[in-house]
Design a protein around this ligand. Sequence first.
Ligand SMILES: Cc1cc2nc3c(=O)[nH]c(=O)nc-3n(C[C@H](O)[C@H](O)[C@H](O)COP(=O)(O)OP(=O)(O)OC[C@H]3O[C@@H](n4cnc5c(N)ncnc54)[C@H](O)[C@@H]3O)c2cc1C
Length: 476
Amino acid sequence: MNAEVVVVGAGPIGLLLAGDLAQAGIRVTLVERRTEESPLSRAFAVHARTMEVLDMRGLAEEVLATGRTVPGLLAWDHVMIGMAELPGRFPYMLITPQYEIERLLLKRALEAGVHLLAGHAVTGLQQGADDVSVHVRTPDREESTLRALYVVGADGRRSVVREAAGIAFPGHAVTRSMMLADVRLTEEPKNVLSVNGVREGFVFIAPFGDGWYRVICYNHLNGDLPDEAPVDLEELKWLTGKAYGTDFGMHSPRWMSRFHSDERQAASYRAGRVFVAGDAAHVHVPAGGQGMNTGLQDAANLSWKLVAAVRGWARPGLLDTYDNERHPVGRAVLRTSGIYSRMALLRSPFLRTLRNRISGTAMRITPIRRAVALNMLSGISHRYAAPEGAHPWVGRRVPDFALDGAAGRLYEALRGGRFVLSTPLVPPSGWSDRVEHVIPADRGMRSMLIRPDGHLAWAGDGDLARPLADWCGPAS
Ligand SMILES: Cc1cc2nc3c(=O)[nH]c(=O)nc-3n(C[C@H](O)[C@H](O)[C@H](O)COP(=O)(O)OP(=O)(O)OC[C@H]3O[C@@H](n4cnc5c(N)ncnc54)[C@H](O)[C@@H]3O)c2cc1C
């Protein structure tokens, strides 16, 4: 066996996953066909739940230092979708280039002991009863085979792993020829993150915080051009002028490109010993900035389950819960990002007026405003199904809370990648290799067993050994 787990693709998702596994002591090989850092910075919006996931790995402060936080998104020139009401330590969106996230995750993964095979491309795989053989083309164009207990395809939308595992990727093309540019502006937009859809098309503007702005737009009048067609700065300025009444003095683009979007989701996120995560599992329009965020949360959901399976203490069916829990989240993201983009692309003046009025009124209604921020953007409210009879909080994200004395916060306790048992009671012995015991500052809180991804496994007042044995295997 070359590795216990082979992760294919060193994008943000593969890096987070491989780092988690290596930190837990798993032998991980990360196969990446690139030899250089990716020149593309597609993602730039990091949402609150992702910040929490990074906080649980001790990376939130470093990530925050790479970008700029914005309080929300101004849509259609008058509708504010604010994040300030979000619960938790990160009530905003962080705007930072995707390569900053990748740099931090790569550093963490290498420090944790991930074996990185750069310049190696996976060409296929075969599943056996007890292992998977992964076929790899080396930089010298020789064929080689890696063997592992499990394989995760984090190899993007054209995933070879997904294809080789026979996982279907149904869906359809949505938008053609979106234009993207990183530019300078002489005049700062009045609200820092904004989108507007008008008769001619739509324009979205986001600040990186270092003087550069990301502009994404679509021109209805120019038809659907191939991705290779050059982007004209004058066209961007013209469209921005139509959407905002000014082009903000746009100049000096450092990167201009076109892209298209599909809406597709893997029929299943698991086939035997093979899993898919991130863009290999779901792709959609970038409206709402959901792709990388959703993928990082896929990785956080899967990593501890693989650790449990490799170590031999996974409860029956645990690996299947990855698909059960994350597939519905991916489906919801496809739906909501599709709604945003279709709203931005409306051509009929009547429908645009209706959109502006309805969304303006809806965002003044507190429960709707909170639902959009919580459910549709930040990822904060994703809740996994709980077994019948479980405590009503089971499956929910556990909010960060203070621990007794100088022990810090729950999310700091989760940095060990283990379950956390929060209880003022004396815990039963035999699980300390898999479970961190903490005492909450509020000693009136009921006992809770918190999964390594920060969701609630169990809450109650009774016997602690039962939930520990149920979730974390027999006492050692
Ligand atoms: C314009 C645009 C804006 C976006 N904005 C946002 C945003 O603001 N927020 C957000 O959350 N998301 C956003 N996204 C989506 C986000 O960029 C993706 O969801 C994210 O990059 C997915 O990460 P990944 O690791 O799954 O895949 P990728 O980033 O595609 O990484 C896959 C890796 O696998 C490697 N690889 C592929 N095939 C093989 C092989 N056979 N062998 C070895 N290695 C292989 C590739 O070289 C690559 O390094 C945006 C997307 C676009 C297009």
